[in-house]
Write a protein that binds this ligand. Structure first.
Ligand SMILES: Nc1ncnc2c1ncn2[C@@H]1O[C@H](COP(=O)(O)OP(=O)(O)OP(=O)(O)O)[C@@H](O)[C@H]1O
Ligand SMILES: O=C(O)C1=C[C@@H](O)[C@@H](O)[C@H](O)C1
Ligand SMILES: [Mg+2]
Length: 172
């Protein structure tokens, strides 16, 4: 069964949009970050702290593959970095997936993340000024991978429902 994959930078709205989309089109949503946490019974923060990022990226790759092979139709919300490691970006192009990049500007990401950074280890310790610079550079580095998605939806200045409907139109 085809998998619907949502990807994009931390805070672009993958989990929020996928939850709403899941209810609307009645296809279950699996959040890759949550699946990783359940599998090893540790928070993302604890995985980074106790085992390091390389271990996290390995787990992330393995569990992404497992989800792609599962027999059910699923909406998969990736982690912010998933497409950028272990050649995961190649998996966004398969016939059995519909991959959608939720594209947000630096300002949108900064505004959303500045209220909510403690659970995101890559930015948890940064000041506002450091965070803005970090997002700008990081997004630039990652854009190549995000742009491997089959579709792109710009999320700036859109409500959750508007973005969900953009994705429904892609799936139609
Ligand atoms: N129009 C909108 N669309 C999506 N999310 C929005 C919107 N407006 C505000 N938000 C908020 O942006 C925040 C980030 O969204 P969310 O956690 O879904 O992002 P994410 O891409 O899953 O991030 P991460 O990669 O860190 O898991 C949430 O607090 C969400 O409520
Ligand atoms: O952008 C990233 O590299 C990450 C985003 C989150 O979804 C988590 O997967 C983790 O915090 C790493
Ligand atoms: Mg999320």
């Amino acid at each position: 069964m085809k998998k619907i994959i949502l990807l994009g930078y931390m805070g672009c709205g993958k989990s929020t949009i996928a939850n709403k989309l899941s209810k609307l089109i009645e296809i279950p949503f699996v959040d890759l970050d949550k699946k990783i946490e359940e599998k090893v019974n540790l928070s993302i923060n604890a995985i980074f702290e106790n085992h390091g990022e390389i271990y996290f990226r390995k787990l992330e790759h393995e569990i992404f593959i497992e989800l792609l092979h599962s027999p059910e139709q699923l909406i998969i919300g990736l982690g912010g970095g998933t497409p950028c490691y272990a050649n995961n970006h190649e998996l966004l192009k398969g016939d059995n997936v519909v991959s959608v990049y939720l594209k947000a500007s630096i300002d949108t990401l900064f505004n959303r993340l500045s209220h909510n950074k403690s659970k995101r280890p890559l930015i948890a310790d940064k000041s506002d000024a450091e965070m803005k610079e970090f997002i700008a550079k990081h997004l630039f580095d990652r854009s190549f991978y995000y742009n491997q998605a089959q579709y792109k939806v710009i999320v700036d200045d859109k409500t959750i429902d508007e973005t969900v409907l953009d994705i429904v139109a892609i799936l139609a």
